[in-house]
Design a protein around this ligand. Structure first.
Ligand SMILES: Nc1nc2c(c(=O)[nH]1)N[C@H]1C(S)=C(S)[C@@H](COP(=O)(O)OP(=O)(O)OC[C@H]3O[C@@H](n4cnc5c(=O)[nH]c(N)nc54)[C@H](O)[C@@H]3O)O[C@H]1N2
Ligand SMILES: Nc1nc2c(c(=O)[nH]1)N[C@H]1C(S)=C(S)[C@@H](COP(=O)(O)OP(=O)(O)OC[C@H]3O[C@@H](n4cnc5c(=O)[nH]c(N)nc54)[C@H](O)[C@@H]3O)O[C@H]1N2
Ligand code: SF4
Ligand SMILES: [Mo]
Length: 690
């Protein structure tokens, strides 16, 4: 059985190169990581090794479904459905969009998506509708806006060192990421590098994650205190006169004001804010300063808070202060998505097709569907949605409000899905979607610099239709005649390859994609940074990063979090990913009490639990704050420290006694450019049963 080349489509910075073997009937035999790919290096996560369980699952949607009866008329308050022919489903979708567009105007239609697949056709292609017809355009903000803003503030472009330089480093700091769970191949390289060279792994997190378990040194800090920690370290470094003055002079805008900003964070203040001891801060700062060959891997996790952008910026000042960028095995990275900046990609996003309508923030879906004027940008209500690749009833903030919005009788919702997710359950129309091995698509790597194609390997199941084709169909129905909407995904990708002189689709598949790595000097910014003045900016122009910058300081600083303003709720909740699922994907098969499945659980430190009245190791608790309530099992765990409570993983609603994790998350957008601040939660709780 010959392995076929493919790519993992999931929302993970690794975008692993896969080898897939199929049985004669098209079902999956095995999925393995490609050993010949330098980053994947044969290592993939367990979820994807077992992808067969999800992709060949009897519960996959293969027929279209139409709502029957009133909204919410099923026993659990969701909708009831009947199966219909795919032709009828497509006709309903077209007619509804046409009719609503005529009656309420283009901006009453809101195509909505996220990153259930990272393929450029299947993920981004839905924006073509907004640009071609002036429909409301979704602003993607679930994940990367704070990080992009925080990184760009200093660098001007989302680039950094090649993670594989870890083999040349003396230390790697994993700061606010949990790669042992969220980016397995990176962790595998770090562990291999440690075996080969003895590189020291240092972790900074707010709980004892699986990655922290592996690190040689682990600093557990108060949520959101990363900016303070970076400033405290810089304070100590300046006090010792360890900064690289020549580098600062040549490559950065460091000045007297920078010193003043840093002077605000002496050891005692930093210790109080972070929860570390002065001795720990001195050790961390000393180890960092004395090892120029230190790679700082900043994660997404630390950015998911109001202070996220400013904290990432403050951290990113560290290697600049010390000139670590000049050394192989030194520097930092967050995302490496800037590698693809030079490519013409408008055929995927559709920006060349015309002007889109108002931009509506995806993270505010709860407010938008419930008629919030500000969230609607002063315009009329959303009357119809097409949803692809996302499950907002599980992943957005305030899921009770999202549900309530979907239950509006005057809203038409079509959910294009592989499974009957909690979101699909509230649809008027559900259209079955293909999975990555059933359509062609092209993928970049957020965590490295590869571009690769995953070709269609088998025919769609049942009536499944691919995202690209569904968007094409709807556009044609609404009157589009451009070639863009007549090309198959393969032809569309070929069009992209032609415009960028990248050869033929088949050759690109055969050679397993290609690298867009930049030369060493560029990865280390030795030819300058990506601002007009070519300098690294200790003093960022936040207005270049987003509209909501008024409260941000033009200096490295430690911003207050949203949770800090919620004085009546004394504890912090952080809700990071879980090994057995990817956001809500896989939760259909991993959530439950059967063998090998898991249930949501809150980890609480012993001291806090006992102070709150735990009698044994576990209890049923109700967490609450100004946003909502959540009742679930809590266990005493050494993972959780101090006043920080942890709930790993996105679970379906039925797994909770009451509410849903994300009901505790605010919709307050993060400065400067919006974003879902999932780890910035203040709570109180009471013990219901122990
Ligand atoms: N198995 C699995 N893998 C995944 C995902 C998944 O759901 N499951 N999700 C995927 C997606 S969409 C993404 S974006 C990436 C995200 O991957 P990561 O970059 O790892 O981001 P998070 O998992 O949100 O958080 C990482 C760590 O940051 C910590 N953290 C939270 N707040 C703070 C803080 O204030 N300071 C510091 N220093 N640390 C903090 C969390 O405790 C967590 O351990 O992972 C991807 N990979
Ligand atoms: N509590 C909590 N909330 C979170 C997070 C967290 O860690 N904890 N993480 C946040 C982050 S970082 C992110 S990025 C978001 C992610 O949120 P989402 O982007 O909504 O990710 P998923 O929950 O994995 O849902 C993706 C859906 O896409 C579907 N899908 C996959 N491929 C295709 C396809 O080809 N076509 C169609 N039509 N559908 C497809 C899958 O079946 C799945 O239901 O969640 C955010 N919310
Ligand atoms: S590690 Fe990430 S990219 Fe690799 S197979 Fe797993 S989910 Fe996919
Ligand atoms: Mo994400």
């Amino acid at each position: 059985m010959k392995p076929l080349n493919s790519v993992c489509p999931l929302d993970c910075p690794a975008a692993c190169a896969l080898e897939i073997k199929l049985n004669n009937d098209g079902s999956i035999h095995t999925i393995a990581g490609d050993k010949s790919h330098d980053f994947t290096a044969g290592v993939i996560c367990k979820k994807v090794k077992n992808f067969k369980k999800r992709l060949d699952n009897p519960n996959r949607l293969t027929k279209a479904l139409k709502r029957v009866g009133k909204k919410g008329s099923a026993a659990d308050g969701t909708n009831r459905f009947e199966e219909i022919e795919i032709g009828e489903a497509l006709a309903i979708l077209g007619q509804k969009f046409q009719q609503i567009k005529e009656e309420y105007g283009s901006e009453s239609l809101w195509p909505y998506h996220y990153a259930g697949t990272m393929g450029w056709c299947s993920r981004d292609g839905i924006h073509r509708l907004s640009h071609r017809f002036g429909l409301s355009k979704m602003k993607g903000s679930f994940c990367i806006n704070m990080g992009n803003a925080g990184w760009n503030a200093g660098f001007g472009r989302v680039l950094g060192v090649d993670p594989l330089e870890c083999y040349k480093a003396k230390q790697v700091i994993i700061w606010g990421q949990n790669p042992q769970v969220t980016q397995i191949p990176l962790m595998a390289h770090l562990i291999k590098a440690r075996q080969q060279t003895g590189v020291k792994l240092i972790g900074v997190d707010v709980y004892q994650s699986e990655t922290m378990d592996i690190c040689d040194e682990a600093y557990i800090i108060h949520p959101g205190s990363d900016g303070a920690l970076a400033l405290g370290m810089m304070h100590y470094i300046l006090a010792q006169n360890w900064q690289d003055d020549a580098y600062l002079q040549k490559y950065t805008d460091f000045n007297q004001e920078t010193r003043l900003a840093i002077e605000e964070w002496p050891l005692e203040r930093t210790a109080a804010r972070t929860g570390l001891s002065a001795a720990q801060i001195i050790k961390f700062a000393t180890d960092y300063a004395q090892n120029p060959q230190t790679i700082l891997r900043a994660g997404y996790g630390l950015t998911r808070r109001r202070s996220g952008a400013s904290n990432l910026h403050a951290i990113s000042c560290l290697p600049a202060l010390l000139g670590h960028w000049q050394h192989e095995g030194g520097g930092a990275f967050w995302s490496l998505s800037g590698h693809y900046d030079g490519l013409s990609r408008e055929m995927f996003s559709g920006t060349h097709l015309g002007k889109a309508g108002r931009e509506l923030d995806q993270s505010l879906i709860g407010a938008i569907l419930n008629g919030d004027k500000q969230a609607l940008k002063g315009g009329g209500p959303v009357k119809a949605m097409l949803i692809q690749n996302t499950n907002p009833v599980n992943v957005a903030a305030q899921t009770e409000l999202v549900k309530k919005g979907f239950l509006r009788e005057d809203l038409f919702t079509c959910v294009h899905e592989q499974f009957m997710t909690d979101t699909a359950k509230y649809a008027d129309l559900v259209i079955p979607a293909t999975a990555f091995i059933e359509h062609d698509d092209i993928y970049s790597q957020g965590g490295w610099h590869w571009l690769h194609i995953a070709p269609k390997l088998r025919e769609p199941l049942g009536d499944c239709i691919e995202n690209h084709e569904l968007v094409n169909y709807l556009a044609r129905y609404l009157g589009a005649e451009e070639d863009d909407f007549n090309r198959s995904s393969k032809a569309h990708i070929q069009h992209f390859l032609d415009l960028n002189n990248l050869g033929s689709f088949d050759d690109f598949v055969a050679k397993k994609g290609q690298s867009f790595a930049l030369p060493f000097e560029e990865q280390h910014f030795l030819n300058g940074f990506h601002h007009k003045d070519k300098l690294f900016h200790f003093h960022p122009d936040w207005s270049a990063q987003g509209y909501n910058h008024k409260d941000m300081k033009k200096a490295p600083y430690a911003m207050e979090d949203f949770a800090d303003s919620q004085k009546e709720y004394p504890y912090r909740l952080v809700v990071p990913p879980k090994m057995d699922r990817l956001n809500s994907t896989f939760s259909e098969i991993t959530s439950g009490s059967e063998k090998g499945q898991s249930q949501p659980v809150a980890y609480i430190g012993k001291e806090l639990a006992e102070a709150k009245g735990f009698k044994g190791q576990e209890a049923l608790i109700t967490l609450f704050n100004g946003e909502g309530r959540l009742t679930l099992k809590a266990v005493i765990s050494e993972k959780a420290k101090n006043k920080t409570i942890i709930i790993e993983g996105v679970f379906p609603r039925h797994c909770f006694e009451e509410g849903h994790t994300n009901d505790l998350i605010t919709m307050q957008p993060a400065p400067p450019n919006d974003g879902l601040i999932i780890h910035d939660i203040a709570v109180d709780f009471l013990v219901k049963e122990c």
